[in-house]
Design a protein around this ligand. Structure first.
Ligand code: ARG
Length: 566
């Protein structure tokens, strides 16, 4: 349940009953009242600035208004006390018994509000290139966002917009024609950079690759045969890694190639609307607006060589998604070097009359850097593949575990390593760059994935030791218990905010703060000690159980797994 919403609702409906306000304020005004969760909860669980908002309307000082409102708010059921602070903030404290009962019986069911249909676009891997560090954020954040949306009852469709139909294909095929077929994916991944390097030095080679690309796109059978040989190799590698990363399967791997089928339809619409311009043999769509203060180049619809472009695939994908899914929104997760690209595409889509009533949204990421602030590289100066990244983190975890005198199975090391890598990615606001430091992400202390898993493992082991949990008794709450219960009750609000703001980092940081409160509770409120009376023990075990429920759910939403032991 969303306690925050419940409390806001009760405050608003109580205000509606107050005679002094009746003729003065509209329902709309009341619905806009904000209720806040104070950082320091010493004075109350919730606070509102309603008294300040009413000063003009009532012609009174906020404190005097607060004094009028307080006795009414006091009548709200489950309210323990109402107090006024500072210039007129009203603080509301809930009854302990209510908090306990609600928190301990919360099944985390999301609200039955309006459910949306959302197309998600993340991953977008490229054939001929192994997944590398640059794919970490789109994959991990996209996947977690998908999980959060599904958890809240929204319908999602996750698209992996594969880069599998552009110039890199021509470059690989040109290489194969000269050097023979690849035997495995490593061969494929070597071909693309080699051919691409040659194209930089040798204009004839580049031209050849371009020609092959266009011919492949136009159905050349010889090229298609080669293409069909290396495609499964690349896709196999992608899918193996996604499994390793515990990423939900994509609903559609429809990328540049599969969308090609719809390009002619879109071409016709663009031609009919007269928005295509011809420029040096290329076809472009001008998307500049008078109000632009930054450069806004035209969309390249077709290259001068006649090839389907990156932009054409994205524009056509919007057309296709509207036609097949008609979602409420299409949300793209890529790094922020593509910000301009998506601005252009969204404008072109609107010009073409696509995506009417559909929100088009690009969430752009910052870069993962080394300590020097430059894009992260391995010691030998290479951009690490995602597999290598996981291995680097796993080695660090293994060393730490060994140093602490423990011996954990490889499977567990892998779970911890993935938690370290993924949580570190999730906890940063996507817009900002972050420094990747393997030692700090694998620490078992602080804001890290291992710390979060460790907390869950600890709760699990307490519950396993007790076996059956006795029925919870009604004992007084210590502040640490109360704080924890209040925080547990914040879970649904947090997931809803993370969804609305497209910001999984809100959930990740909630999980960390939750662990901190759990550990404070654990250290100040002993459970299994002999001198703890049975009823208190029962109550604390119930708190442990509910904490584990909320923590496990958060961990699952982040796509992490809890090991048996740590
Ligand atoms: N393949 C692209 C790249 O590596 C990313 C695709 C992002 N998604 C999209 N719809 N364009 O740069």
């Amino acid at each position: 349940m969303n306690l925050y919403k419940e409390v806001s609702k009760s405050i608003i409906s109580k205000l509606k009953e107050i005679p002094e306000l009746k003729d003065i304020i509209s329902t709309e005004f009341l619905n806009n009242i904000t209720v806040e969760i104070p950082k320091v909860r010493d004075f109350g669980d919730f606070s509102t600035n309603i008294a300040m908002m009413l000063t003009k309307k009532l012609g009174k000082k906020p404190r005097d208004i607060a004094d009028i409102l307080t006795p009414y708010l006091q009548q709200i059921s489950n309210v323990e006390s109402v107090s006024v602070a500072g210039p007129g903030f009203i603080n509301i404290k809930l009854k302990d018994s209510y908090i306990k009962d609600t928190a301990l019986s919360d099944n985390l069911e999301p609200d039955t509000g309006i459910k949306q249909k959302i197309d998600l676009d993340y991953g977008g891997y490229n054939v001929g290139k192994n997944l590398h560090i640059g794919h970490l954020r789109t994959t991990v954040v996209g996947d977690t966002f998908n999980r959060i949306a599904k958890f809240l009852g929204h319908t999602t469709k996750a698209y992996n917009h594969m880069g599998d139909w552009g110039r890199p294909m021509g470059l690989i095929i040109a290489w194969v024609l000269e050097n023979g077929m690849p035997n495995n994916v490593d061969d494929v991944n070597r071909m693309y950079p080699a051919s691409s390097a040659r194209a930089k030095e040798d204009p004839a080679w580049l031209e050849k690759a371009q020609k092959i690309t266009v011919e492949l796109q136009n159905g050349n059978e010889e090229y298609k045969k080669i293409y069909d040989t290396f495609i499964p190799m690349s896709l196999g590698q992608v899918s193996k890694l996604l499994t390793r990363l515990n990423i939900l399967p994509f609903d559609e791997n429809k990328g540049e190639r599969l969308i090609a089928e719809y390009v002619p339809e879109v071409q016709e619409i663009l031609d009919t609307k007269g928005i295509i311009e011809h420029s040096d043999g290329a076809e472009i769509i001008s998307v500049k607006q008078d109000t632009d203060t930054e450069p806004m180049p035209p969309v390249m619809w077709k290259s001068s060589a006649g090839a389907q472009t990156y932009a054409a695939a994205d524009l056509t994908a919007i057309y296709y998604r509207e036609k097949t899914d008609n979602p409420d929104a299409i949300v793209y997760f890529t790094d922020n070097r593509q910000t301009l690209h998506f601005k252009q595409i969204f404008r072109a889509a609107r010009l073409a009359g696509f995506a009417d009533g559909i929100e088009l949204q690009h969430i752009g990421f910052g870069t993962i850097t080394g300590a020097d602030g430059k894009p992260f590289k391995t010691r030998d100066g290479n951009v690490p593949s995602l597999d290598e990244m996981i291995n680097i983190v796993a080695d660090s975890v293994r060393t730490r575990v060994k140093e602490s005198g423990k011996d954990l199975p490889d499977e567990t090391i892998e779970m911890i390593a993935l938690a370290a890598l993924k949580f570190n990615d999730l906890m940063h606001d996507v817009k900002s760059d972050y420094i990747f430091d393997v030692d700090s992400v694998t620490s078992f202390e602080g804001r890290t994935g291992p710390y979060i898993l460790y907390t869950a493992v600890r709760l699990n082991s307490i519950l396993k030791k007790v076996g059956n949990i006795p029925a919870s008794a009604n004992c007084e709450l210590l502040p640490e218990e109360r704080d924890l219960l209040m925080f547990l009750l914040d879970f649904n609000r947090v997931t809803e905010t993370a969804f609305e703001k497209r910001a999984p980092y809100i959930l990740a940081n909630y999980a960390y703060d939750l662990c901190k409160l759990i550990n404070t509770f654990y250290h100040t409120c002993p459970i299994m000690r002999d001198d703890i009376p049975e009823d208190i023990k029962a109550q604390r075990l119930a708190i442990v159980k509910q904490s584990l429920k909320v923590l496990s759910q958060s961990i699952e939403l982040m796509g992490l797994k809890i090991p048996e032991e740590m």
